[in-house]
Design a binder for this molecule. Structure first.
Ligand code: FAD
Length: 342
């Protein structure tokens, strides 16, 4: 049995593990390492420390299903709907630009429930707080080093983190990436933005006529959502939660500042848009240095094979586009290429 390491428990990594289990069940032992404390990556759902039932999606907000991918990825959508992980967005989103024939899905339990579903179905051994730092070639296998703990050997490695983070890895990988590949990898770019999650006590009213709203006239804020309302959640005894996304220009301008400095600036702008907001019991500020892909790998191949013997791949939305379908395309390509080598 080949031992496969997937780096990243985001949507691409979890889908890869799920598809490998379905398509090559007896050939591989799949292990996933993620540097974070939980699953989701940019499809993360954060919990209020004093009430874990009060949650907020700080990254992806909903899944937009276009007519093309509704057909192409039908089996994925059918499964998520049948399991109750996704359901149609029923709430009002002010200012949303509707794409021709497209519709949106929301996740009642938070967007990370999609990733958790795939991880659970994959049967992979998932380890959090394992940050990969170096990848070396030792005796025909990959020796993968992490920030703390011993290095481990793997037959195949799949990297799914944002590409600039992949290019920061040290060890033999630095010289094994061909100069022409590195040049192409360096063309991949991402937008940056901040997200704030505001958690309220049970019984608090956030009185606005919409569930989510795109803001067009603020130098700081681009999107606000009453998260529980957007997800159509009715949880008695649980307070509302609100997410704020900044615009990309604001994100870029304040990228190198500490979150403690940026959070009050965003709150000040929020007050001008929603002056009567009640006082939250907790606020979480998230810096998305790599938010959404603005320039993907040339030709959007879904994956790139960095080395063939032993196998080393990279994938993720940097090789397609930043949404559910982009990650699905990438995972499908990784699994197809891996299967062709076995
Ligand atoms: P990631 O989710 O980034 O996963 C990579 C994982 O790798 C992370 O968990 C990270 O912790 C881990 N990692 C990184 N470096 C290391 C290391 N050295 N060692 C170990 N682990 C490591 N998409 C939609 O479909 N709809 C939306 O509405 C939407 N809105 C968005 C809004 C925002 C603010 C953001 C940020 C994204 C949004 N997206 C949306 C895009 C979507 O979230 C991403 O395309 C998708 O989550 C990318 O998944 P991924 O698995 O490729 O990468």
């Amino acid at each position: 049995m080949s031992r496969v390491l997937i780096v990243g428990a985001g949507l691409t990594g979890s889908l890869c593990a799920y598809l490998l289990r379905k398509e090559l069940p007896s050939k591989l032992q799949v292990v996933i390492w993620d540097k974070a404390r939980g699953a989701g990556g940019r499809m993360s759902t954060s919990r209020c420390p004093s009430d874990p039932n009060c949650t907020v999606d700080l990254g992806a907000q909903y899944i937009t299903v276009t007519p093309y991918y509704a057909q192409k990825h039908k089996r994925f959508y059918e499964e998520l709907l049948a399991q109750g992980i996704c359901k149609p967005l029923g709430a009002v989103v002010e200012g949303m630009v509707a794409k021709d024939g497209a519709y949106n899905l929301v996740t009642p339990q938070g967007v990370s429930s999609i990733v958790k579903h795939y991880l659970k179905q994959s049967g992979a051994d998932v380890f959090y707080e394992r940050q990969v730092t170096q990848i070396n070639l030792r005796d025909g296998k990959w020796e993968v080093c992490r920030k703390s703990g011993s290095p481990e050997p793997f037959d195949v490695v799949v990297l799914t983190m944002p590409v600039p983070q992949m290019l920061q890895l040290q060890g033999d990988i630095v010289n094994l990436i061909k100069p022409s590949q590195r040049q192409q990898l360096e063309t991949i770019s991402y937008s940056s933005r901040y997200a704030l999650g505001l958690f309220y006590e049970a019984g608090t009213e956030v009185d606005v006529p919409w569930a989510s709203k795109y803001i067009t006239n603020s130098p700081c804020i681009r999107f606000i959502s009453i998260d529980d309302k957007k997800r159509n959640l009715e949880s008695p005894g649980v307070g509302p939660s609100l997410v704020v996304h900044t615009s990309v220009p604001f994100g870029i301008e304040h990228l190198e500042q500490e979150k403690e400095v940026v959070q009050p600036l965003i709150l000040k702008h929020l007050e001008t848009i929603l002056p009567n907001l009640p006082q939250p019991m907790y606020i979480k500020c998230q810096k998305w240095r790599y938010s959404q892909v603005t320039e993907a790998f040339p030709g959007c191949p879904g994956q790139l094979t960095l080395y063939s013997e032993p196998l080393l791949f990279c994938g993720g939305d940097g090789f397609t586009h930043s949404n559910f379908d982009g990650c699905t395309e990438s995972a499908l390509q990784i699994v197809k290429t891996l299967a062709s080598h076995l």
